[in-house]
Structures are given as C-alpha cells and as structure tokens.
Design a protein around this ligand. Structure first.
Ligand code: THU
Length: 144
C-alpha cells in the first residue's frame, strides 16, 4: 500500500469524526505488516478532557483486535494549514507498540509529510525503561 493510499483511508475515516467542540476533524489510518489497516477519527466529549484523538482510536482498535508489534506506518490527516502531526499523548501511546513507526501527516492542502516516531519522540520512556527494576516505592520499604 502506498502512503497516498493510506492517507486516502485516513481522509475517509475523518468523515466519521465527532468534533462539535473543536470543529477540527481528524482521520488516521494505521498499517499493519500483513496489509491490514485500522482507521480512526477523533471522538470528542462535552467533558473535553475525555476526548480521544484519531490516532489513539486507530491504535486501540488494532490492539484490542490482538495486533501488537507489526505496525508499519500511520497516516494522520486534518484540515489545518499545517500537517496534522500527532499530539504528545498519541506519540507516547504509539511508541509503546511501534517506536520506529513511519508517520505520514497531511493538512488541508493534502501534501504528505513524512517522519518517524523516533524523530517525533526522542529518548522516550517505554517498556524497556522499566526493565531490571523491581523496587518497592512505599516509604520504609526496601528499595534495593
Ligand atoms: N486531534 C487528533 O485527533 N489528532 C491529532 O493529532 C491532533 C488533535 C484532535 C483532538 C481534538 O478532538 C481536536 O483534534 C482538536 O485538538
């Protein structure tokens, strides 16, 4: 699948965005190694902080279907003047499963911009960061 085709799926998913508060619909399409694509859109909420972004919608759909480490690329599209790069929370969530993920972003002009999660979230905290550490944190406990 080409980046252009993946972005087209993200534009299609954007049509389902529920964004009455920001009026900023976003679509995402996450490509797996076997060619499967999981799409997502942002879903806002009257309690604004409960909003979920398009990228995390796509990722959670994939993980909840049993997909794990085979993510190849994600396309993210929005209608703004600049490419719709993922927010910090989405970068962190994506890095958990695919630290080297290719990221393709577009804004309203449709031009594709490319990066990688490594570049977008350098020196990230992930599963490996907690290896070899089994310390108890309550005061007075043995911290090794
Ligand atoms: N949003 C996304 O879905 N993905 C991004 O990469 C940036 C922001 C959503 C969240 C919210 O619904 C709206 O865009 C404005 O922030």
């Amino acid at each position: 699948m080409t980046d252009q085709e993946l972005a087209a799926l993200a534009w299609e998913a954007r049509k389902n965005a529920y964004a009455p508060y920001s009026r900023f619909p976003v679509g995402a399409a996450l490509l797996c190694g076997d060619g499967t694509v999981f799409t997502g859109c942002n879903v806002e909420n009257a309690a604004y902080g409960s909003t979920i972004c398009a990228e995390r919608t796509a990722l959670v759909k994939a993980v909840s279907q049993g997909r794990r480490g085979d993510f190849q690329a994600i396309a993210i599209v929005g209608g703004g003047d600049t490419p719709c790069w993922p927010c910090g929370a989405c970068r962190q969530m994506l890095a958990e499963f695919a630290p080297g993920l290719r990221v393709i972003a577009a804004g309203g002009d449709g031009v594709l911009h490319r990066s990688t999660l490594d570049q977008l979230l350098p020196n990230s905290f992930g599963p490996k960061s907690m290896e070899s550490c089994d310390q108890v944190t309550e005061a007075g406990e043995d911290l090794g």
